[in-house]
Design a protein around this ligand. Structure first.
Ligand code: GAL
Length: 386
């Protein structure tokens, strides 16, 4: 062996015995580091806290796209100043800023003008039209929360730009499914006292459905759900936030078919997030206390337009009655694992909206198969391998 051969020999063993194990160690450490830390600052690829509140996720070609409200600093940061922000990720931990998917308009006449309220955007893909369809809760500028509309925008590309189509009060001139004929013409006293027995019965009987029959129903906190048969549904808090409506969307997903149900009249549910498990439909909702957290609710149904029943508060442990200081926004099924679902919620910070945090927790199932949520300071996708 000459000198060069000896050196090469040494180098080979150095790489094999030192460099390779070191690289492997570093690689496994970096994999272990990929954890979700609910409630902490979550930096994107630029080191900036992710700005996608009240959001939802769409998976496209194996990549996760997170859409949410872009908030700005201060109290007014809850108004739409920028638009709907989009991020992408391949592992659900590292997120790349994909910029603003739907921009607010500079035109003061536009329903999505700067200073309007754009909340809880969700995006689904329509294979027939090959369009990405975004829906969001829209409040018109200067009108508080009284417009209660839902807006729709589409794009050919998942990350946008999305083109705003319109904002509506859904299901105008249409009665909900199973709505009794005699209630369509029932009259109610004008001075009926809120929360009196008479008032509660009137709301149950559809007093607000009747009031809004011509102009269309109220639509505030919202979610979208695409079922296995490709039918899409728009779920929204309606009737002054007292009753949820689940409405079927048309084939293009850009409008309503007029088929809709009322869920838990007077139940005061908002922030709906749906998922399917063992052929049952589940929905996590919150009560209605604005930005302040309250106890989540778990509802179940055998079919999406069927009877929804309240099961229980899905949270357990400390702060279970405040949903761990958060409010539901979306439940993401994670492909590649069995029964892997992530509960996504917002910890709102209304005094400085941009600082809102994300509470992501795995959905767990008890021995009866009932979903529940438990606080974790830190967890990784390995949790689903158990
Ligand atoms: C919450 C709702 C949020 C936002 C807020 C405004 O109840 O879930 O999306 O609308 O009220 O106060």
């Amino acid at each position: 062996m000459n000198k060069t051969q000896i050196q090469l020999y040494k180098l080979k063993y150095f790489v094999l015995l030192v460099i390779m194990p070191l690289a492997l160690l570093l690689f496994s450490c970096s994999q272990e580091m990929k954890t979700i830390k609910p409630g902490e600052i979550w930096p994107d690829n630029n080191g900036v806290h992710i700005n996608a509140h009240g959001g939802g996720i769409l998976i496209d070609n194996g990549v996760y796209y997170w859409f949410g409200e872009h908030k700005v600093e201060g109290k007014k940061g809850n108004q739409a100043r920028v638009g709907v922000h989009c991020y992408s990720s391949e592992n659900l931990v590292d997120w790349k800023d994909e910029s603003i998917a739907l921009k607010v308009s500079d035109d003061p006449e536009s329903p999505i003008t700067v200073g309007s309220v754009i909340e809880r955007p969700k995006v689904i893909y329509n294979p027939k039209t090959k369009k990405y369809v975004m829906w969001f809760h829209l409040e018109l500028k200067g009108m508080g929360y009284s417009a209660a509309k839902t807006g729709v925008a589409t794009s050919d590309k998942i990350s946008g730009p999305y083109t705003f189509i319109e904002a509506v009060n859904p299901n105008a001139e249409t009665w909900p499914l199973h709505f009794p004929d005699e209630l369509k013409t029932k009259s109610y006293p004008e001075d009926i006292k809120e929360w009196s027995d008479e008032w509660i019965q009137a709301v149950k009987d559809g007093m607000f459905v009747q009031r809004d029959f011509v102009k269309g129903q109220m639509a505030r906190d919202m979610a979208l759900y695409v079922d296995d048969d490709g039918k899409a549904y728009h779920i929204h808090a309606s009737e002054e936030n007292l009753t949820l409506h689940i409405s079927e969307l048309n084939e293009d997903y850009t409008g309503f078919t007029g088929k809709y149900i009322r869920v838990q009249p007077t139940g005061h549910n908002e922030a709906p997030a749906l998922f399917k498990h063992n052929n049952k439909y589940y929905m996590v909702t919150s009560g209605c206390t604005g930005w302040a957290p309250n106890a989540a609710r778990l509802l179940v149904a055998d079919s999406i337009l069927g009877d929804w029943e309240y099961i229980k508060n899905p949270c357990i442990g400390d702060d279970m009655d405040l949903t761990f200081y958060s409010q539901s926004t979306y439940i993401l099924p994670v492909p590649g694992y069995k029964n892997a679902l992530i509960f996504m919620a917002d910890r709102w910070t209304p005094e400085n909206a941009i600082d809102g945090r994300y509470i992501w927790l795995p959905v767990q199932f008890d021995e009866n198969g009932t979903p529940y949520l438990e606080w974790m300071d830190e967890w990784s996708m390995d949790f689903f391998k158990k």
